[in-house]
Design a protein around this ligand. Structure first.
Ligand code: PLP
Length: 466
């Protein structure tokens, strides 16, 4: 057993330097300069340790991304070996690398239908953005440049670039930044929770489909390029659409010549028990699938959009004759070290049947978490396999109100105190542990959560949560 939690001798000065100089994604600006960040210094298996030497069970999986656990020797060796052999060379034009070529073929093999053409990117945002740009090029090259509007959903999360932030539909993230609104449209958030919904799944589905039909009619199908959708909305609060939603929306897209882009940045790479879920779990073969995060088990920044042969062939056949350059891509598209890591990750996941393990442990995780609904401050427990969230509330108060958020923060803080990291977001505790988690570790998560909920419930009763 490898021991972590040695701490760092300069812990205090690191916290101070971080507070003084780092601008963190999604940080609270009201604490800029005074925040005391948790500095994670070491990680092994499903545990991480901070710079003060405290260890935690990581129920966040880094950020939905660590699949085979931290410090996996084969991934680490693949990274090191590729760095020694050839750390980097340009991917532009007709230059490539061995890992990129190998990985592209593996992805073509793992994705459904004729999705065989891969553009590598630097992460999820750049992959989603590339998918939309490809949809734009596809229609413009066929003489349909007006088809450039994009359909997304309320509560979606697609990234942090200008376009992907515009596609994202979480109201909490809509701040003083600028967002594209002329040609980005948000359909209704599609979550359906049979425990709490007043309507049946069929009624909910009918309503969602009718809403999408109305939106298409309003914008005009002749103006819409693509629909971008996470199979299960992750950061929006682990929102699971009603059965049949994916097929119905794909069918609407097909009928209206709208490309269907499945954002599998979170749902892909085993989190729901399949390398890709679009077809395996939801019965749809999209026009493009976007992946990132678990692709390298989070060890390297890498994303990809996998495009159907039909679209790729059309791009080539209809390209601008005077200027047939595909002007989209990045310095680090197909980075050799990142691709070599992904190749090793896929080999390990296949050999160890990590997806099979998730299909076994995932339902147990959800079943055990659902026991927490007996707490009066739990409004809902949602999820699928290793993607879950516990929604907290002051009994009788719904949604992300200030009090509900304060309550959830308290639960998160008690979990952290007890050695468990869950991801706080509004009034939700989000969990997406590494896929190698055992039933015993699931029990530990549920025990700590139960204890933390009881402590927060007590605080609420005694007036300590305002
Ligand atoms: N799409 C989804 C569904 C995501 O959850 C995320 C990140 O959380 C992204 C895209 C953006 O990925 P990245 O942060 O790698 O750019």
């Amino acid at each position: 057993v490898k021991h972590i939690g040695h701490g760092l001798p300069d812990h205090d000065s690191l916290v101070a330097r971080d507070a003084r100089h780092v601008l963190h994604p999604w940080a609270d600006l009201s604490t800029l300069g005074t925040q005391e960040s948790l500095i994670i210094a070491e990680a092994h298996g499903i545990e991480v340790a901070d710079s003060a030497g405290r260890t935690y069970l990581d129920a966040i999986g880094g950020m939905w991304c660590v699949t085979v656990g931290y410090g996996h020797p084969e991934l680490v060796e693949a990274m090191a070996a590729q760095a020694r052999k050839m750390a980097y060379f340009t991917p532009f034009g007709d230059v490539s690398s061995e890992p990129a070529a190998r990985l592209a073929a593996m992805l073509a093999d793992l994705t459904p239908g004729d999705l065989n053409r891969v553009q590598f990117t630097t992460g999820g945002s750049t992959a989603v953005e590339s998918a939309v740009r490809i949809a734009h090029y596809y229609f413009a090259s066929r003489g349909q440049a007006a088809k450039r509007h994009v359909l997304s959903r309320v509560n979606a999360y697609h990234g942090g670039t200008y376009l992907t932030a515009s596609l994202s539909g979480k109201s909490a993230d809509r701040t003083l930044f600028q967002y594209e609104s002329d040609w980005v449209h948000h359909l209704e958030s599609p979550g359906y929770d049979p425990d709490t919904s007043p309507v049946s799944a069929a009624e909910r589905l009918d309503g969602l489909v009718a809403g999408m039909e109305r939106a298409i009619a309003g914008i005009g199908a002749e103006n819409i390029a693509c629909f971008v959708a996470e199979p299960i909305l992750a950061s929006g609060g682990v929102l699971v659409p009603p059965p049949g939603y994916h097929e119905a929306t794909l069918e609407l897209c097909r009928r209206n010549d709208i490309l269907y882009v499945s954002d599998e940045v979170v749902t892909g790479f085993g989190r729901l028990g399949h390398f890709f879920t679009s077809e395996a779990k939801f019965g749809v073969v999209p026009d493009m699938i976007v992946t990132a995060k678990g692709l390298t088990s989070g060890y390297q920044p890498l994303g990809a959009v996998i495009v159907s042969d039909r679209i790729a062939e059309s791009l080539a056949a209809n390209a601008d004759r005077d200027k047939p350059v595909f002007s989209n891509g990045f310095t680090y598209s197909g980075h050799p070290v990142a691709c070599a890591t992904a190749v090793a990750n896929i080999e390990v996941m296949r050999r160890d049947d990590v997806c099979g393990h998730v299909l076994d442990v995932g339902p147990y995780f959800i079943r055990r978490l659902r026991e927490l609904r007996s707490s009066s401050i739990v409004a809902a427990v949602r999820g699928d396999h290793l993607m879950a969230c516990v929604e907290c509330h002051v009994p009788g108060e719904d949604g992300p109100t200030a009090r509900n958020q304060a309550l959830a923060r308290r639960v998160d803080a008690y979990c952290e105190e007890a050695g468990l990291l869950v991801r706080p977001y509004e009034n939700l505790c989000i969990m997406s542990p590494p896929l190698i988690i055992t039933r015993g570790e699931v029990d530990r998560i549920v025990d700590i959560m139960a204890d933390s909920l009881a402590r927060a419930e007590h605080d609420l009763r005694t007036g300590a949560v305002q």
